[in-house]
Design a protein around this ligand. Structure first.
Ligand code: FES
Length: 306
C-alpha cells in the first residue's frame, strides 16, 4: 500500500502503521507536536483520494474533530491507518506560518474548513444609473438609500438560503448552494432574483420615486458551475472565498444585462435546471472574454426604459 503526499512524494505504508509513522519513517518532516496522542492536531492531513481506504476515525480523533470542527476530509495522521489500496493526501501544516495560521494563531477559528470544489449558483447584481443620484443628493440620502437597498437584498438572499460574499457599493455578489443540492440552489437563486426585481418596483413607487424623484434599476447575472470554496481566515473580513471560471462568467452575465437591455440574464445551463420553465424565454448569445464559442443565455427580466 502507498500514500501519495501531493507535491511531496509517494511512500509505502504497512498495515500496522499510522500515516504519521509511515511519513516520519520516509523522512517527511510531518508536524506532531503532541507526539501522536491526538491532542495537538498539527499532524492533520486533507484526504484528496481514497477516503474509503482509510481506517474509521477512533474515539480520540472524533473528540478532537468535534472540538476543532474539522470537516470529514481532514484526518489526524497519528490516528489513521491505510486499510487497503492507495491514498492521496496533503499535509496542512508545513511550516511555522501554517502552524500559526491553523493551530495557534489569531485566525485559526476561521480556517477549520479546507478548500473544497463544489457546484454552486453564482449571483451578481449591479445598481444601474446610480451616479446621477449620488451627484444630486446629500451624502446622508445616498448612504440611506444604499442601506435600504442592501438590507432588502440581503433579506431576500438569506431567505433563499444564499449568502452575500461581497458588497461593492453599488452592487453585490452572492452564492447559493453551501448546504443544498445544486438544482435546489439554482432555483432558489432564480427566485431570489425575481423577488428582488418585484420588490424594487414597490420600493421605487412607494419610496424612492416618491421622496427622491429617482428610480432604481438593477442588472442581475446568474450562472452555475463548479467552484473552489474556502475561507480567507482574515478575522475581520468575510471568511468565505468562492473562485473559478463560473464566477467570472456570472459577472459577465451581469454586465451583459446592459447590452442585452434586460435586467435579469441567466446562462442556458441555469435555465435548464429551472423547475417549471416554459422554454419561451428569449435566447441570446454573448461573447465571453477569451472564449471563441458564443455563450448561450436567456433573458428572464425586463428591458430598461432609458
Ligand atoms: S500528532 Fe498531535 S494530534 Fe496527531
Amino acid at each position: 500500500m502507498t500514500i501519495e503526499f501531493l507535491n511531496e512524494k509517494v511512500i509505502p505504508i504497512q498495515a500496522n502503521q499510522t500515516i504519521l509513522q509511515a511519513s516520519l519513517e520516509a523522512g517527511i518532516p510531518h508536524y506532531h507536536a503532541c507526539g501522536g496522542k491526538a491532542r495537538c492536531s498539527t499532524c492533520r492531513v486533507v484526504v484528496q483520494e481514497g477516503k474509503d481506504n482509510l481506517s474509521e476515525p477512533n474515539k480520540a480523533e472524533l473528540k478532537l474533530r468535534d472540538q476543532k470542527k474539522f470537516p470529514k476530509n481532514v484526518r489526524l495522521a497519528c490516528q489513521t491507518k491505510v486499510i487497503s489500496n492507495d491514498v492521496k493526501i496533503q499535509r496542512i501544516i508545513r511550516d511555522e506560518t501554517d502552524l500559526d495560521l491553523y493551530v495557534y494563531g489569531n485566525h485559526c477559528e476561521n480556517l477549520q474548513s479546507v478548500g473544497d470544489e463544489k457546484p454552486m449558483a453564482l449571483f451578481f447584481l449591479d445598481i444601474r444609473n446610480f451616479t446621477p443620484f449620488i451627484e444630486q443628493h446629500l451624502p446622508f440620502d445616498v448612504i440611506h438609500i444604499i442601506r435600504r437597498l442592501n438590507i432588502m437584498f440581503n433579506d431576500i438572499i438569506v431567505e433563499h438560503k444564499g449568502k452575500i460574499l461581497e458588497f461593492t457599493g453599488d452592487g453585490f455578489y452572492a452564492v447559493f448552494g453551501f448546504d443544498e443540492p445544486i438544482k435546489e440552489a439554482v432555483n432558489n437563486a432564480y427566485k431570489a432574483g425575481k423577488q428582488i426585481l418585484d420588490s424594487l418596483i414597490g420600493l421605487n413607487e412607494n419610496y424612492i420615486t416618491k421622496y427622491f424623484d429617482h428610480k432604481i434599476d438593477v442588472g442581475i447575472g446568474l450562472h452555475s458551475g463548479k467552484v473552489i470554496v474556502g475561507k480567507t481566515g482574515v478575522k475581520e473580513h468575510n471568511p468565505y472565498m468562492v473562485m473559478g471560471l463560473p464566477v467570472n462568467v456570472a459577472a459577465r452575465l451581469e454586465s451583459a444585462t446592459k447590452e442585452l437591455n434586460n435586467n435579469f440574464v441567466i446562462s442556458e445551463y441555469v435555465y435548464e435546471m429551472l423547475n417549471g420553465r416554459s422554454n419561451s424565454a428569449e435566447q441570446k448569445q454573448i461573447k465571453l472574454k477569451g472564449v471563441s464559442e458564443p455563450f448561450c443565455v436567456r433573458l428572464m427580466g425586463k428591458g430598461y426604459n432609458y
